[in-house]
Design a binder for this molecule. Structure first.
Ligand SMILES: [Zn+2]
Length: 76
């Protein structure tokens, strides 16, 4: 079985065996944070984060705008 490589949306760290990563599913009106499960990580639209700090970066951006543009330039 070929493992999927996951990449953090913030720092681009890659891992085939993420540990203590987080998955975020969001729309413009809702954001859900999941502890890492491969079922959620593989779901369409899932975003992957290498740890709590980077999940929080994304959540902060979401508060400022909305989901749907994961390639957002960081204005800071
Ligand atoms: Zn990261």
């Amino acid at each position: 079985m070929i493992g999927t490589i996951y990449r953090c949306e913030i720092c681009r760290t890659e891992s085939a065996t993420p540990v203590r990563w987080f998955v975020i599913q969001c729309s413009d009106v809702r954001l859900q944070v999941w502890k890492w499960t491969s079922a959620e990580a593989d779901r369409a639209g899932a975003l992957h984060f290498c740890g709590e700090a980077h999940a929080q970066v994304y959540i902060s951006r979401w508060f400022e705008s909305f989901c749907g543009a994961p390639k957002l330039k960081n204005p800071h």
